[in-house]
Design a binder for this molecule. Structure first.
Ligand code: A3P
Length: 309
């Protein structure tokens, strides 16, 4: 009897290429989600993590991959080779992602792994399966200032052929402000997770802090994970997770996703990795309109965002 060889992640995507389109968004509890995710929401909601699993939650493009790499290295004592065992989405599955077969869904990958697992999500707090809170899973949330986050998302939507067409930049700003992009409103996302951070023992980090002092933030994550690594290992992890190192690392730079899906000639996944790139995109008038709206949407919150460091 011939045994079918299991496809690698990249091979599965290659095979599904013809079915890749810019999927429409369908609202689930008011949050616009890629149709594949929306159609499978019930099974995602029913997912039961193990208490030892770690959740990394972000609004898209806030520094998810960076944090996944830091965590994987911390859990592997800074062993670079161990962390090259597979590309990011296989080492640290994306909870809600569902794509045309034979691409494995996040749940498919998780089923094949033994806990403790490092699980990524872009869900706003209220869509996270309740099992995470019932089992008191540790959770790291990473937030990035709205303007840089949106710039990064815009470039990503240009190159990621599964996301809705971004359209022109001017219109994109309005879609962002109105919460019409995949995974919904940035404002509600960062506020929702902020409100829960103490009750759920969530480590709430900022992309800008990670850029400003990566070592300090790596150590913060290390302590949250109840680890204690020697100074030289921490230094190695900081180096291995620099923007330059990750851009050159085929297991971290999403070169595992073939060009018809992620066209990195349009915009590389590891694009700029900076704070303040928004100044190269917003006109003075766009910035004014955005800031006025921001004041309204963020009124009464005290989340310490920085648009420059
Ligand atoms: P830019 O598009 O601004 O460059 P996510 O992983 O959540 O999709 O976020 C991607 C963003 O994080 C991209 O931002 C990417 O360049 C940036 N990024 C990834 N790794 C990084 C690192 N090691 N240091 C700084 N930024 C990083």
């Amino acid at each position: 009897m011939s045994q079918e060889k299991e496809l690698t992640f990249s091979e599965a995507i290659e095979k599904a290429q013809q079915s890749i389109v810019r999927f429409p968004l369908i609202p689930i509890r008011g949050i616009p989600l890629m149709s594949y995710i929306a159609q499978n929401f019930d099974s995602i909601w029913a997912f039961r993590p193990d208490p030892s699993d770690l959740l990394i939650a972000t609004y898209p493009k806030a520094g998810t991959t960076w944090t996944q790499e830091i965590v994987d290295l911390l859990l592997h004592n800074g062993d670079a080779e161990a962390c090259k065992r597979a590309p990011t989405p296989v080492r640290s599955p994306f909870l809600e992602i569902c794509s045309p077969p034979p691409i494995p869904s996040g749940l498919d990958l998780l089923r094949k792994m033994d806990p403790p697992r490092v699980i990524k999500t872009h869900f706003p707090f209220q869509l996270v399966p309740p099992g995470f809170w019932e089992n008191k899973c540790k959770t790291i949330y990473v937030a990035r200032n709205a303007k840089d986050n949106m710039v990064s998302y815009f470039h990503f939507d240009c190159m990621n052929k599964t996301q809705p067409e971004p359209g022109p930049w001017e219109g994109y700003i309005h879609k962002f402000m109105q919460g019409e992009l995949s995974w919904g409103s940035w404002y509600d996302h960062v506020k929702g997770w902020w409100a829960e951070r103490e009750k759920r023992n969530i480590l709430y980090l900022f992309y800008e802090d990670m850029k400003e002092n990566p070592r300090r933030e790596v150590e913060r994550i290390m302590r949250y994970l109840d680890l204690s690594l020697p100074d030289d290992v921490i230094s190695r992890i900081v180096e291995l997770t620099s923007f330059k190192s990750m851009k050159e690392n085929p297991m971290a730079n999403y070169s595992c996703v073939p060009k018809p899906v992620f066209d990195q000639s349009i915009s590389p996944f590891m694009r700029k990795g900076e704070v303040g790139d928004w100044t190269n995109h917003f006109t003075a008038e766009q910035s004014k309109v955005f800031d006025e709206d921001y004041e309204k949407q963020m009124k009464g919150t005290d989340i310490p965002f920085r648009t420059q460091i």
